[in-house]
Write a protein that binds this ligand. Structure first.
Ligand SMILES: Cc1cc2nc3c(=O)[nH]c(=O)nc-3n(C[C@H](O)[C@H](O)[C@H](O)COP(=O)(O)O)c2cc1C
Length: 205
């Protein structure tokens, strides 16, 4: 089949777009407002965009609290969402009024960050402390502003739970990170779904 998203002529009960770009890593973003209010929310339009220096992005469909808080204080933390934390991760996606501390609402413990003010999720095995770089306000192909934003940050500090480091390598699958697909679907990375492949040019690890 072929369809044009602007015409929504896929004939399906649900838009398949997010089921195509999947599984997507989840940036579970903690941020703090100028008044010191703490926010935590998952963003699956999230990824790394550079490894050296390490940089990440997340995209917001509308101006949500995370982007507002990040722009107010220019810092954020990306916590790794893992299988054991799937329920609290989901709980933090609820629509709460500005100023609600979703970390507390979801029963999570906040651990202090080292180089930025927003706290990290203590029980998450990895957290990326980030300094805001820029927000790109997207225009569509007609040049219309569409209330879609991409936030870029540079990673200045990284927390790792050392129990997941084996022979000097971080064991991603052992952490069981979860990833978003379409509809209500998620994936979980596990050791049995992992495979290795070397680049033809012998790229680095
Ligand atoms: C797994 C998951 C991934 C999500 N990814 C995004 C995303 O990439 N962009 C977005 O705008 N909203 C996304 N959402 C919805 C936000 O988490 C939700 O709107 C939340 O209330 C935003 O919180 P905030 O206003 O505190 O930033 C996602 C929700 C879930 C459960």
């Amino acid at each position: 089949m072929f369809y044009e998203p602007s015409k929504r002529n896929h004939g399906l009960s649900h838009d398949p777009f997010k089921a195509i770009i999947a599984p997507r890593p989840i940036g579970w973003i903690s941020s703090i407002s100028a008044q010191g209010e703490i926010n935590l929310a998952p963003y699956s339009f999230f990824n790394g965009v550079s490894s050296d220096p390490p940089m990440v992005m997340f995209a917001s469909e509308g101006r949500k609290d995370s982007i507002t808080f990040v722009e107010e204080t220019r810092e954020f933390v990306c916590n790794l969402a893992v299988w054991e934390l799937r329920e609290p991760m989901n709980a933090t996606s609820g629509s709460f009024p500005r100023g609600t501390n979703e970390m507390m609402e979801a029963g999570l413990i906040a651990a202090p960050s080292i180089l930025v003010r927003p706290p990290r999720v203590e029980s998450s095995p990895c957290a990326l402390e980030c300094k805001w770089l820029q927000t790109v306000l997207l225009n569509d192909i007609n040049g219309e502003m569409i209330d879609r934003y991409v936030v870029f940050g540079q990673v200045v500090g990284i927390h790792l739970d050392e129990k997941f480091i084996k022979d000097g390598l971080l064991d991603t699958a052992a952490m069981r990170p979860i990833a978003r697909a379409g509809y209500h679907e998620y994936f979980v990375s596990t050791p049995d779904t992992k495979f290795s492949m070397r680049r033809p040019t012998g790229g680095n690890k």
